[in-house]
Write a protein that binds this ligand. Structure first.
Ligand code: EPZ
Length: 417
């Protein structure tokens, strides 16, 4: 397994280009299953999860070609309506093929994703919605079998705002008979981007980005040709890095409106933002101020930025309270940050971060995608050398991270393991 070796203490300076959003590319790739023909998706980031989604679609009979940063997916000869355990366990976003398969072919067999490091992450709301649309759902040997002659429009209320639940059912509803209304739908920019792609395929969707989305089913869709939005979480991660290293980083190709709540918090912590051509210039303070945060569904503070922000708070002036409301176990990075000297304690979903002057480099282990990002943030400031093990977690969501960091004068190298 690869590892990343970082010598901390440098002020990162320079500019980076943000890659396409992983969490927009994955649902749009799944949406290609809704129509027969050749689909072209651009600004698809060169990530492990994208390759996994490609393997899943190929496994079903699609032809998948990828060269950075474009995916071509031909979906004329789909013959295996199944998402096997081997692939779903690698990437839970594989469940996004469920809605499209039932909508277009009337049946699907998808492995239940099972839990992951950050929580149980059930898909009960995905299945509840499909049942409301007339699908028969059976659970057997860890798989979901869904069958429906033809899905019919329904009104679906989500007890909890779910991003992929909203995406799965929005896709399913595009070919249903009649109109579907999703209430308490997720409002993430990636949901809006998927709706844009579906509309280009001929879908009739109103309200994406609001908590009430209306989808009027059509008889058939045509293949998608779409460019996905930039990755707001990658952009947020590099903003945090500027704050952590007292740096001066210009971030190109990001959409600031996707990070409003997060940027407000970084400004409170003492980071300065200046408009730049096609992006933003971020200037970090010598030492950030301690700020409290609480994660929330979009447009609130993104849970996917909680771990990175906590790393920033670990060297802040004062004490910060970090509350995680979305996932029940998203503090796996705390123990690793403490190995670097951070003074953090937590009880349930609330962590208390007492800012200290200096983190010390150490051997640390990535446990999940955003925890690994928080270790990179911490290592860039820590005194001495940090080695981050199990780098495959980072590779799931960050394209060429070490190359981008070296471009900002960081002392970082990857060691093939
Ligand atoms: C998406 O995951 C993202 N992944 C996650 O990003 C992100 O952290 C998450 O949304 C929250 O914003 C993709 O888009 C591929 P949820 P998702 O359904 O859809 C509960 C990353 O770092 N829930 O919005 O799986 C669930 O347990 C990843 O890129 C149910 O109870 O998250 C959680 O507590 C990590 N039943 C809450 O809702 C359901 O049927 C929100 O989960 C579905 C969800």
């Amino acid at each position: 397994m690869d590892k990343l070796i970082i010598k901390g203490g440098k002020h990162l300076k320079g500019e980076i280009e943000i890659s396409g959003a992983k969490n927009a590319a994955l649902p749009v790739m799944a949406a290609s299953m809704l129509a027969a023909g050749e689909n072209t998706i651009s600004r698809v980031p060169d990530l492990r999860d994208v390759k996994t989604m490609g393997r899943l679609l190929s496994n079903m009979g699609a032809e998948f070609y990828y060269e950075p940063h474009r995916a071509i997916i031909r979906t004329d000869r789909i013959k295996k309506l199944e998402a096997p355990y081997e692939l779903v366990k690698e990437m839970r976003a594989s469940v996004l093929v469920l809605g499209p398969m039932v909508a277009r072919f009337g049946r699907a067999r998808v492995s239940l994703p099972g839990g992951c490091a950050i929580g149980a992450r059930p898909i009960n709301l995905h299945l509840m919605g499909l049942e409301k649309m007339g699908a028969r759902i059976e659970l057997e040997a860890g798989y979901v079998k869904a069958t429906a002659k033809r899905l019919k429009g329904a009104t679906i209320y989500f007890d909890t705002s779910t991003v992929t639940g909203t995406e799965n059912l929005m896709m399913a509803a595009t070919l249903a008979k009649g109109t579907t209304v999703l209430e308490n739908a997720a409002r993430e920019p990636e949901v809006i981007d998927l709706a844009e792609a579906l509309k280009k395929m001929g879908a009739r969707i109103n309200g994406a980005g609001e908590s009430l989305i209306e989808i009027e089913g059509v008889e058939e869709l045509k293949p998608v040709n779409h460019t996905v939005i930039p990755d707001r979480i990658e952009a947020g991660t590099f903003m945090t890095i500027a704050g952590m290293t007292g740096g001066d980083i210009t971030i190109r190709g990001c959409m600031l409106e996707h990070l409003h709540a997060f940027i407000m918090k970084l400004q409170e912590a003492g980071l300065r933002f200046e408009k730049a051509k096609d992006g933003v210039r971020v200037l970090g303070p010598a030492r950030p101020r301690a700020i409290d945060i609480e994660t929330a569904p979009y447009p609130g503070f993104p849970t996917d930025m909680q771990a990175q922000f906590m790393a920033l708070m670990s060297i802040a002036q004062g004490t910060s309270i970090v509350t995680e409301t979305i996932f029940e176990n998203r503090f796996m990075h705390v123990a690793e940050l403490m190995r670097m000297g951070a003074d953090i304690s937590f009880k349930g979903s609330t962590a208390t971060v007492k800012g200290i002057k200096k983190l010390k480099g150490a051997n640390v282990m990535a446990t999940d995608l955003r925890a690994s990002a928080s270790l990179v943030v911490a290592a860039l400031r820590a005194e001495g050398e940090t080695t981050i093990h199990r780098l495959y977690h980072l590779d799931r969501g960050y394209e060429k991270m070490e190359k981008k960091l070296r471009g900002l004068r960081a002392d970082v190298k990857r060691e093939k393991g």
